[in-house]
Design a binder for this molecule. Structure first.
Ligand SMILES: Cc1ncc(COP(=O)(O)O)c(C=O)c1O
Length: 461
């Protein structure tokens, strides 16, 4: 039971938010008449309602009620240059004036592919679609076609978008001791999907080996993010990714790296950082310059059946695949995101992480900022976070704390993902980072009454 003190702390945060965003509240009431929940994307929802952002410029966002926020959401990491980046805006304007999608092959698509391939040597051949979801869907299809086998191994807590074949253990199994049980994450997904998917914990080579040894005659590929993103930013232990590569080779299954989130962390993605070469890679988010885009590619012989003249083609269509506006926006965005920019925002990310950790220390709190480069997450524990299960169990034990933190930071003009993920964009400077660190420290003090009563395990004696 929550006490009067907790209820007051929560109420003050919520009331402040509602007071500041009255216009958004009115739009939310109107939206709910047309849209279930008032919106059209689960990840952008938070209670009592999401603020309506109406304008973005650089690293700042403005809501309907004219509150100004530093934007650490960056549309879930996909806006590398923040909002209305001049190079991207002119590329889109020039292209839209010449036609948005011309229903034919386009030079700009070739140039985009050349740019991607120059950065990621394992992308011998690449195809485009309109989202990360489609990219993993098609990479898995390509892997099955090449291997002549159907089953895909994924990680407990691994997120690869919203198509049916990855709606298995997106929420890690935190109830079972030992190996995770396979479970569909969404209603409406056919139960038969479970037959085509096996699940193992991240950072557990023994579990992966056991599954491959028992079923390599059925398994086409392993798909994983080099760092588990939506399950809390869980990093690979030294040697883990190399071990996965070796096991894939030993048991003759393909390795797919989902670098949709992680591609921003190094010019060649995390595969270049860890020195592990997958057979296929999926990329999305910022490579579309803020417009919808997904890419998948890898070894030439695996990708070859996407050539319509191939004797055994793989189906791949899409009315807006490689549309000129998106490709032009993506190319312009990538041109302005070179080695120096990657390093600069990664350094800002480190500064943010260090500042948040100082705030946790100063507040006597047993939590820490984690993450790599320009993406920072909060781990609600000072213990080891080795698997998605560890990260999510810690998050669940933190109760409403992440939500309160998110909302109170909004009350203080800092916008991040409601799961407390912060991503850096190139218009940010040390000034914005230090402002966010100050706000974080102030926010921790506001939520302290909640912690004292509801999550005392997160406070030092
Ligand atoms: C690792 C990963 N894979 C796939 C996806 C799905 O991408 P999209 O939202 O573009 O469909 C995401 C999106 O956040 C992601 O982080």
């Amino acid at each position: 039971m929550s006490s009067h003190v907790t209820q007051e702390a929560v109420k003050t945060i919520m009331d402040t938010f509602i007071q500041r965003t009255q216009g958004s509240g009115e739009w939310d009431a109107r939206a709910k008449k047309s849209l279930p929940g008032g919106d059209t994307r689960a990840a952008s929802y938070y209670t009592p309602y999401p603020a309506y952002m109406v304008h973005g410029e650089g690293c700042y966002l403005y809501d309907y009620d004219e509150n100004k926020y530093i934007d650490f959401l960056n549309n879930y990491t996909s806006l590398i240059h923040g909002h209305a980046h001049p190079g991207t805006v002119s590329a889109v304007q020039e292209q839209v004036a010449r036609g948005s999608v011309l229903g034919s092959a386009a030079q700009v698509t070739v140039q985009h592919a050349e740019m991607l391939r120059s950065r990621v040597p394992s992308l011998e051949s690449v195809r485009y679609c309109n989202s990360g979801t489609e990219a993993t869907h098609l990479a898995m299809r390509a892997a099955r076609a090449f291997a002549g086998k159907d089953v895909i191994v994924k990680m407990d807590g691994g997120y690869h978008g919203s198509h049916d074949y990855v709606q298995v253990n997106v929420q890690p199994d935190i109830e079972t001791d030992g190996l995770p049980r396979r479970k569909l994450t969404s209603r409406g997904v056919p139960a038969a999907v479970l037959d085509g998917v096996r699940v193992v914990p991240f950072n557990d080579l023994d579990a992966l080996k056991d599954v491959l040894r028992a079923r390599s005659d059925e398994i086409a590929a392993i798909i994983l993010e080099p760092v588990l993103g939506s399950s809390g930013g869980v990093q690979p232990e030294p040697g883990y990714l190399q071990g996965v590569r070796q096991l894939a080779d030993t048991y003759e299954v393909l390795l797919i790296f989902d670098e949709i989130l992680t591609f921003r962390l190094d010019i060649g993605g995390l595969q270049s950082v860890y020195g592990v070469t997958p057979d296929l890679t999926t990329i999305a988010k910022f490579i579309g310059g803020g417009l919808p885009l997904g890419a998948f590619g890898g070894r030439k012989e695996i990708m070859a059946p996407f050539d319509p003249t191939h004797p055994q083609t793989i189906a791949h269509n899409g009315t807006f695949n490689g549309n000129n506006i998106t490709m032009a926006a993506g190319l312009a965005t990538m041109e302005d995101f070179g080695v120096e920019e990657v390093a600069r925002i990664n350094t800002l990310g480190q500064r943010l992480k260090d500042g948040f950790n100082r705030a946790f220390q100063a507040g006597g709190m047993k939590a820490r900022a984690s993450g790599l480069g320009s993406i920072i997450r909060i781990h609600w524990s000072d213990g080891e976070i080795k698997t998605a299960r560890d990260a999510v169990a810690a998050q669940e034990a933190a109760g409403a704390l992440p939500k309160l933190l998110h909302m109170e930071m909004m009350n203080r003009d800092v916008f991040c993902a409601s799961r407390c993920q912060f991503s850096i964009s190139t218009p940010m400077t040390e000034r914005e980072i230090d402002m966010a660190i100050d706000v974080f420290g102030q926010t921790l003090e506001v939520v302290r009454p909640y912690m004292t009563e509801q999550t005392p395990h997160l406070l030092r004696e």
